[in-house]
Each structure stands twice: as structure tokens, then as C-alpha cells.
Design a protein around this ligand. Structure first.
Ligand SMILES: Nc1ncnc2c1ncn2[C@@H]1O[C@H](COP(=O)(O)OP(=O)(O)OP(=O)(O)O)[C@@H](O)[C@H]1O
Ligand SMILES: [Mg+2]
Length: 285
């Protein structure tokens, strides 16, 4: 196909030889299948900030901190320099997370480079050699649902041991290849140690998994893996091999109102996200 304008700089740099086809256009990015030499890869072209959804902007502000205070002030004020900084932080966040996670042994696409707002990465492929299906589009039975759920909990723990929380983990951001689930779409990934919303984000990610797989294996509904993982993490006891039960003791003492309000806000985001995906699936967005 004709090279999209945003990909032209990567062709000029010799990073991409040919754009083969568009894979998908989401709210945050358009994804292409490209050829680099003999390799077939995937190019994710980020949309400009003003085209992205409000949901992502909020999740991004909640989850991210910038070390340089001049940059932080500029980003808060929304100056042109600030917006440009915010763009770069956003785009680099995904490639940074991918490098960190790939090094930690998490099943993510191998990243190559992020250049001019385009992330070049490994194309995850399914049994037929084409782009792998999303978990949401795969047929599951109880046994496979339990196996994938266990595998993904391991991945969540591995990520947390590497200091990263996905922050938007769902059946839409997980692909399935011949070896099982592969996690994608990480621009909103948060630093587990540096974010005030880390615990809620982790809880939401893990609950999304339980709800999705719970439709095939009802015993997963109501499991408390998120709380268990976070407790172990905070106590410094979490390792990639720590056994998990999905059960935690009921909390003692008065309710934490702030935490409850936060949970409600996150639940609303999640609902909006689901609606957005439904509309997209129906061709409305
Ligand atoms: N490395 C990859 N290999 C194969 N397919 C991919 C890869 N990365 C992304 N895709 C496909 O492109 C779609 C969009 O990618 P991604 O989720 O990263 O972008 P997005 O703009 O956040 O999309 P959405 O708004 O749907 O969440 C994925 O659902 C998947 O089908
Ligand atoms: Mg996505």
C-alpha cells in the first residue's frame, strides 16, 4: 500500500522497507503490518494528543510522574512545550515498558524502536501466520480459560516484580499466539512504586481478568487475586514463583472512604472503556 505520511520518516531512516496493510485503527493509534528487510513487523502510529480519548488522558495524568520539575510545570500548564513533552513521555512510556517487561521475561511483543511517534515492534502471529487474534475473539472452554487465567496472573506478578502495572489490561489488550496470551498496549503503564493509584490499577487489571475468564470458569468470580498480589508486594514477599490462593482475610477497622471513591471512579472508566469497545465493534466509533 501507499506509505502513510506518518511512517515516511521511518522509511527514510531505513527502519521500514514497505507498508503492507493496515491492521486496525483504534482510539489511540493506527496499527500497520510492515516489512523491514526479511522481517514482517508491526508499526503502531500514535494519534496526536487531541485525537485521543479523555479516558487515556486521565489515566495518564494519574499514573505518571515526571522527574524534571520544569517539564512537569510546563505539562501542567499545557504550554506548547509542555504538550510536546507530554506527547513524548506518553509515546516513550510504551516502548520503555516493553523493554523493561521483555527483559523481565513477560510475554510482550519485542520492541525495536520508537521514532517520530511510531513504535516499531514484533508482529504477534497466530497459527495461520497472520496477526494473532485478541483474547476476546478466541473460543474458550473452561480448561483453557483456567490455564490462560493462571498464565496471565503469572504475567501480572512478573510485571509487578519488574515495577510495572499495565493499567488497561483486558481481553482487548491481550493477543493469543501458539504459546498462549501475549500482553499489548502499554502507553498508560504505571510505575508501581511511584504512583498513588498503583493498588487500584492492579486491582482493576486483575478483576478484569477474573470477570472475563469467570464466564467460562465461574469459580474465578469473586476471587481476590489482586488484593493478595498487592499485599504480598507491599510486604516485600512477592516473587515470580510466590504461590497464590485468590483468598485474603477480610480487612479489619473502619472503611477507607477515599479508597472506595477511587474504586468507583475506576469502575466508571472501565465501563466507558467497554462501551467504547462495543461501539467500535459495531462500527460506530
Ligand atoms: N504487536 C502486535 N502484533 C499483532 N497485532 C497487534 C500488535 N499490536 C497491536 N496489534 C493489533 O492492533 C490493535 C490495536 O493495538 P493497541 O491496543 O496497542 O492500540 P490502541 O489504539 O490502544 O487500540 P484500542 O483503542 O483498541 O485499545 C490490537 O487490538 C491488535 O489487534
Ligand atoms: Mg488496545
Amino acid at each position: 500500500m501507499k506509505t502513510p505520511k506518518r511512517i515516511q520518516p521511518l522509511v527514510e531512516e531505513g527502519l521500514i522497507d514497505e507498508v503492507m496493510r493496515q491492521l486496525m485503527s483504534g482510539k489511540e493509534a493506527t496499527v500497520y503490518v510492515v516489512r523491514s528487510g526479511d522481517d514482517i513487523r508491526c508499526a503502531k502510529v500514535y494519534k496526536e494528543a487531541n485525537e485521543r480519548s479523555f479516558h487515556q488522558a486521565v489515566a495518564y495524568q494519574e499514573g505518571r510522574r515526571v522527574k524534571n520539575s520544569r517539564q512537569a510545570r510546563a505539562m501542567e500548564k499545557g504550554t506548547r512545550y509542555g504538550r510536546k513533552m507530554a506527547e513524548q513521555v506518553w509515546q516513550n512510556a510504551e516502548v520503555d515498558a516493553l523493554y523493561r517487561l521483555a527483559a523481565a521475561g513477560v510475554r510482550v511483543p519485542r520492541p525495536y524502536i520508537c521514532h517520530e511517534g511510531v513504535l516499531l515492534m514484533e508482529l504477534v502471529t497466530g497459527a495461520d501466520g497472520n496477526a494473532a487474534p485478541r483474547l476476546n475473539d478466541v473460543e474458550l472452554d473452561r480448561e483453557r480459560a483456567l490455564a490462560y487465567h493462571a498464565a496471565l496472573l503469572r504475567e501480572v506478578v512478573l510485571m509487578l516484580c519488574a515495577g510495572v502495572i499495565h493499567g488497561d489490561l483486558s481481553e482487548y489488550n491481550i493477543l493469543v499466539d501458539a504459546h498462549g496470551p501475549v500482553i499489548i498496549d502499554l502507553p498508560q503503564a504505571v510505575d508501581a512504586a511511584g504512583s498513588s493509584v498503583a493498588a487500584s490499577m492492579l486491582e482493576r487489571d486483575v478483576t478484569n481478568l477474573a470477570n472475563f475468564f469467570g464466564a467460562f470458569a465461574p469459580e474465578l468470580q469473586g476471587s481476590r487475586y489482586g488484593a493478595e498480589i498487592w499485599m504480598l508486594y507491599e510486604a516485600g514477599l512477592l516473587t515470580p514463583d510466590t504461590p497464590l490462593t485468590g483468598v485474603v482475610a477480610a480487612p479489619e477497622g473502619p472503611a477507607d472512604v477515599g479508597a472506595v471513591i477511587h474504586e468507583i471512579a475506576l469502575a466508571r472508566f472501565e465501563e466507558e472503556e467497554r462501551e467504547r469497545h462495543q461501539l467500535a465493534a459495531q462500527g460506530w466509533a
